[in-house]
Design a protein around this ligand. Structure first.
Ligand SMILES: O=C(O)C[C@@](O)(CF)CCOP(=O)(O)OP(=O)(O)O
Length: 325
């Protein structure tokens, strides 16, 4: 069997996935909508071999020990089951997600792994099948199969929970300015954070109900290329998601004083007439949904307020791409 290499780009959720209805299959409680980014991606090569005693997994040149590779091994096992294989695999992965960007690379990593592993096992999966496979590595990876805007339909089982493309080629001006406040590893990872909320937040079901109501208005705003509406819905959804963390027991938050400093700054920029909205994931860093033509004015405002912040302008990116070798 031959080696295959896949490149998948990371995505940022505009409507967040924040809670599982099924832990094992990674079925979410809400649908989520994302934008795949061009600047950040993972390249992964997979080869199934006859003479390997066990899976060998290398990340950014370092051999990973068994403990940190459980999710990778689980996805490889799913592929072996689908292909009727027992061979072990060599997996070599490089994250082109600058750690300073504080961007979750699990989305691009597991989408690339799903693409390269399935192809190396002799499978030719459809985008929906690839999305379902990636989903079982990491939920948000289900959306990185596609470029541009994508929606992960929550579904209710393995067959019905997958992402589909909204539109791959985004030809109108939109960017996410990623403001890195600090790139320290977060205290609570996404999986644990959302699990705490589902288990202990008394208002969680109203989050689920409201988040699912936001889906159609978001899809309509994307259809209209309405950046202000996309931003307004995304900012409300992100703040509501982070509010759930503060209602969990014990309460926790990913947002720091600097996060709120940037959030307030962006809301003030809006008062001056700019189209600028924030979204935050499982970390303190802030992404600003904005027009590329406003990069300078926003960047200058942030540098004046928080000189230590580093800013990366990210534009819409492509979907999964697999090559032989
Ligand atoms: O991306 C989003 O929708 C929102 C988040 O990034 C956080 F804000 C969650 C990502 O969670 P993920 O790492 O996919 O969790 P897993 O399924 O437990 O591996």
């Amino acid at each position: 069997m031959s080696a295959y290499t896949a490149r998948a780009h990371t995505n940022i959720a505009l409507l967040k996935y924040w809670g599982k209805a099924d832990q094992n299959l990674i079925i979410p409680t809400t649908s989520s909508v994302s934008l795949t980014l061009n600047e950040f991606y993972t390249d992964t090569t997979v080869e199934f071999l006859d003479n390997l005693a066990a899976d060998e997994i290398y990340l950014d040149g370092a051999f990973l020990t068994q403990t940190s590779t459980k999710k990778v091994q689980h996805l490889l096992d799913l592929v072996r089951q689908m292909a009727g294989l027992t061979n072990s695999a060599r997996v070599t992965s490089y994250n082109h997600v600058p750690t300073s960007a504080g961007l979750a690379s699990s989305a691009s990593a597991f989408a690339a792994l799903a693409g390269a592993a399935s192809k190396a096992a002799g499978l030719s999966l459809s985008p929906i099948e690839l999305s379902r496979l990636a989903r079982q590595g990491s939920g948000s990876a289900s959306r990185s199969i596609y470029g541009g805007f994508a929606i992960w339909e929550r579904g209710y089982d393995d067959l019905s929970s997958y992402a589909r493309s909204i539109n791959e080629e985004v030809s109108w001006p939109i960017q996410l300015l990623t403001v890195i406040i600090n790139d320290q590893p977060k205290k609570i990872n996404s999986s644990n954070g959302m699990q705490n909320v589902v288990a202990t937040d008394p208002f969680y079901q109203s989050w689920v109900a409201h988040a699912n109501i936001q889906v159609n208005p978001m899809l309509e705003a994307i259809e209209r290329h309405d950046l202000a509406a996309i931003g307004a819905i995304a900012e409300a959804n992100a703040l509501q998601m982070h509010a759930q963390n503060m209602m969990a027991s014990p309460a926790f938050t990913y947002l720091t004083d600097e996060s709120w400093q940037i959030i307030s700054l962006v809301q003030n920029l809006r008062k001056e007439g700019l189209i600028a909205y924030v979204t935050m994931d499982a970390g303190p860093n802030v992404k600003i949904i904005s027009k590329p033509s406003d990069t300078t004015i926003i960047t200058e405002a942030i540098q004046a307020s928080l000189p230590t912040a580093t800013i990366t302008a990210a534009t819409p990116g492509p979907g999964l791409y697999i090559t032989k070798g």
